[in-house]
Design a protein around this ligand. Structure first.
Ligand code: SAH
Length: 397
């Protein structure tokens, strides 16, 4: 069988030759053989030198997602099975099941299948399909996931905007086995957390922050902590329960998240040292400044501030303002833990922002640790877009 072909423009082929898995519309010179949406295609140079194989989507800005740089390797169940197995084996070697029962077991391009994300929460799998081609092949993928992980159930969730970006028509909900309980109980760093995997934000938990929760807990003994954007309490509860922080105030605008945070504080025996408040972050920080409050540690973990390049300047202003309002709440020698999960904002954007904040607040900032997402969210150097989380641990004097 001859595959339809996608020929790249000579001046746009280099990223794909460097194994970047996305072929954008503008990089394509010619499409031959009339590939259907989701069809397998051979990607080649202008002079018909094969580059590899991918899956086609005429509805997406990412016209082809590459799955192999071997022109003879078919994109089929065997390839999916091998990549799922490899990804699962990696997690078995980096996530200790004695202390952690929830992790990302498959991370899209980083694990070799662009458009598949799978999070494990105890006995359940949460699947996100972010490409049309894999959504079309979902039954095969669900079969393979059942076989490899033997979950009690698989639940499908689709992130905002993906349906439109990819032309997807899929319904969220239970796709295999039993429904997950609401909330579901997991453990992370040896602590117990309840999360809502069907209705909660992201896939229920912020698994990408697990190692940062632990790292911060090592530095905060005796601290009075302000945990801004606390969600279900990951940073603050870990700091008190493992790190012997004196107390935390957690702030979030979502009441369902705060209800879970309060339950989680109880479950880990630290309810007497925690307080969770519903408020808008900017407003809370301004009022805390006006009251002259002081903390030993402030944690800032805002949601994604922009999905588009056009929103970058506004997002940076938001980060600057949040960080300024936090730095001024810190006693000299205190800790600022400042995060960004906006993929479009780089590590050096954040560093420049911190330099500006240091100047405008007249405080000295030392970056002690520049951290990223947990190891179960690996990053392929060929697809740096997957490195989205930044977490700086800073001393402020
Ligand atoms: N720190 C958490 C994850 C935070 S996710 C953890 O480690 O698990 C971002 C959080 O910001 C969400 O819980 C969301 O409800 C909250 N949020 C979004 N906008 C907000 C605002 N304007 N003020 C306060 N919280 C906000």
């Amino acid at each position: 069988m001859t595959l339809p072909t996608v020929s790249l423009k000579p001046r746009r082929a280099q990223p794909i030759l460097n194994r970047h898995p996305w072929v954008f519309e503008g990089a394509i010179g010619q499409v031959s053989g009339d590939p259907a949406p989701g069809a397998e295609v051979l990607v080649q140079s202008k002079d018909a030198q094969p580059i590899g194989r991918g899956l086609f989507n005429p509805n997406s800005n990412i016209r082809v997602r590459m799955f192999s740089w071997d022109k003879d390797e078919p994109i089929n169940e065997a390839l999916f099975a091998a990549r799922i197995n490899e990804a699962a084996t990696l997690r078995e070697s980096i996530v200790d099941p004695k202390t952690t029962s929830a992790c990302r077991v498959f991370f899209s391009e980083s694990d070799g299948l662009s458009g598949l994300i799978v999070d494990r929460y105890g006995d359940w799998l949460l699947v996100q399909l972010t490409s049309l081609a894999l959504a079309e092949r979902r039954e095969v993928l669900f079969d393979l996931l059942e076989k490899r992980f033997a979950p009690r159930g698989i639940w499908l969730r689709t992130e905002k905007g993906i349906r439109e970006a990819e032309g997807l028509e899929i319904a969220d909900g239970l796709v295999r086995g039993e429904e997950p309980p609401r909330p579901i109980s997991i453990f992370e760093n040896g602590l117990t957390f309840q999360v809502d995997v069907t209705q909660g934000q992201k896939t229920g938990g912020f698994l990408d922050q697990r190692e940062n929760h632990f790292a911060v807990s090592k530095l905060v003994r005796g601290h009075r902590i302000l945990d801004m954007f606390c969600y279900a309490g990951g940073f603050g509860i870990t700091a008190v329960a493992l790190g012997e922080a004196a107390s935390i105030v957690g702030v979030d605008s979502s009441e369902p998240a705060l209800e879970l945070a309060r339950i989680n504080a109880e479950l880990n025996g630290v309810a007497d040292r925690t307080e969770f408040l519903k408020a808008d972050a900017f407003k809370y920080l301004e009022e805390a400044n006006a009251r002259g409050e002081m903390f030993d540690t402030v944690i800032l973990d805002p949601p994604k501030m922009t999905r588009r390049r056009s929103g970058l300047a506004g997002a940076m202003r938001g980060y600057r303002s949040l960080n300024e309002l936090s730095v001024t709440l810190l006693r000299p020698g205190g800790l600022l833990v400042t995060c960004s999960c906006s993929g479009l904002i780089s590590q050096s954007d954040m560093e420049s922002m911190l330099a500006t904040v240091s100047t405008s607040t007249n405080r000295r900032i030392q970056i002690l640790e520049s951290r990223g997402q947990a190891a179960d969210h690996p990053v392929s150097p060929n697809c740096p877009e997957n490195a989205y989380l930044k977490c700086f641990v800073c001393r402020v004097t």
